[in-house]
Design a protein around this ligand. Structure first.
Ligand SMILES: *Cc1c(COP(=O)(O)O)cnc(C)c1O
Length: 381
């Protein structure tokens, strides 16, 4: 009865792990969950207060504008100028999203015809591949190898794939590998995109979760990128707002219009009270972001100790709130996670869930308090 599109989606791999977690919890085991990429810290109070005020204003109780309130899009443009030094026309080059996942998932519908290719890194956020399949497109995986610092080797993409490709998904700072990309790499990618006429979908939700003086770029900092790229941002990670569903995409007028056309036929925009809160987040005091980073940095140190205690190997992440750890004894990532759960009551995400080249790795999220990471280390040692 269901469509071939739905049947073509990859199988959900973690059912057996989910089951084991619920069983342990039922038995009263105190499970420590490093699986979820959802900040445990609350949304900063000044943003919540703005929402409370806005929700009491009947002006915001109606259908929102499809593309986002002018004041929200202006706030995005100001934020972009301040953070990346990139100029955007708020009226034409910015669109509000119901979380960036929504915009990413709708992008293939705007740009792919049946059989067109999306180039998708492996491992990666599963939405790139799955939204391509839902649009009757064909995902083409490019492996990310540790030896290449988890950057794709564009020169290895075959010519016939380049010719049929319409989209290229990229995400740095990267979930799950925590890798970062420098401007030289971004310049090469933009050149590649021009040569083969491929739209770069640059997913950048972790640009502000950065450590030790590292500053993450926007692809729009590369000359000419706006005409060949669309960049997705989210307030979810930066401001602990995953539940609010607000993000945005930026790019040239033609690209933003195409995505907007899909959206006007599917959704009706972001609740305007949430947009008011979003404006507050983007333009209000930013010490909450610095405080977040301080907390994640502290947890990062402890998580690296945990990883070492397990005999796993990890690079020190320059960005994101994950640690990507390599399994050294040849155990599969799913078996390793099961063992971790059964022996110690600890949950991590098996790397294979992000693609076949994620096999051999585990992802630990830094979204649990320091005391829980310490407790996990105590259980292991
Ligand atoms: C969290 C995340 C998103 C989506 O965030 P939203 O809450 O939908 O804005 C997109 N891409 C990656 C890689 C993420 O980790």
């Amino acid at each position: 009865m269901i469509s071939s599109r739905l049947s073509a989606l990859p199988k959900y791999l973690f059912a057996s792990i989910d089951e084991a977690v619920s069983e342990l919890r039922e038995k009263g085991v105190d499970v420590i969950d490093f699986g979820v990429g959802d900040p445990d810290l609350p949304t900063p109070p000044h943003i919540v207060e703005e929402m409370i005020k806005a929700v009491q204003n009947p002006a915001y109780h109606h259908y929102p504008s499809y593309v986002g309130m002018p004041s929200f899009r202006e706030a995005v443009a100001k934020w972009y100028k301040k953070v990346f030094g990139v100029h955007l026309d708020p009226e034409r080059e910015v669109i509000a999203l119901i979380g960036s996942k929504e915009g990413i998932a709708h992008t293939p519908l705007a740009f792919l015809d049946p059989g067109d290719i999306s180039i998708v890194p492996d491992p990666s956020y599963p939405v790139y591949k799955n939204s391509t399949i839902l649009a009757d497109g064909v995902p083409y995986s490019i492996p990310l190898f540790e030896d290449n610092e988890f950057l794709p080797e564009m020169e290895k993409i075959p010519r016939d794939v380049r010719e049929k490709a319409k989209l290229l998904f990229l995400n740095y700072p990267n979930n799950p590998t925590t890798a970062v990309a420098d401007k030289q790499f971004l310049r090469e990618v933009v050149e590649f995109a021009y040569e083969w006429d491929i739209l770069i979908c640059y997913d950048n939700p972790y640009s502000e979760i950065v450590f030790d003086g590292y500053k993450a770029p926007s692809i729009l900092q590369v000359r000419g990128a706006k005409e060949i790229g669309i960049e997705f941002h989210s307030l979810s990670k930066t401001y602990n707002m995953t539940g609010w569903r607000i993000g945005f995409a930026v790019g040239c007028e033609k690209t933003i219009n195409a995505l907007g056309m899909v959206k006007t036929n599917i959704d009706s925009g972001v609740f305007e009270a949430v947009q008011r809160a979003g404006i507050k987040a983007l333009l209000g005091p930013q010490d909450c972001v610095r405080e977040n980073i301080r907390v994640y940095r502290e947890r990062r140190e402890e998580m690296l100790k945990l990883v070492e205690t397990l005999g796993l190997e990890a690079h020190i992440p320059k960005a994101t709130f994950y640690v990507w750890a390599k399994i050294k004894d040849g155990t599969s990532s799913i078996d390793y996670c099961k063992r971790l759960l059964e022996k110690y009551g600890i949950v991590a995400t098996p790397g294979v869930g992000f693609g076949e080249y994620g096999e051999g790795y585990l992802r630990f999220a830094l979204t649990r308090p320091l005391s829980r990471i310490e407790e996990a280390i105590k259980r292991i040692s």
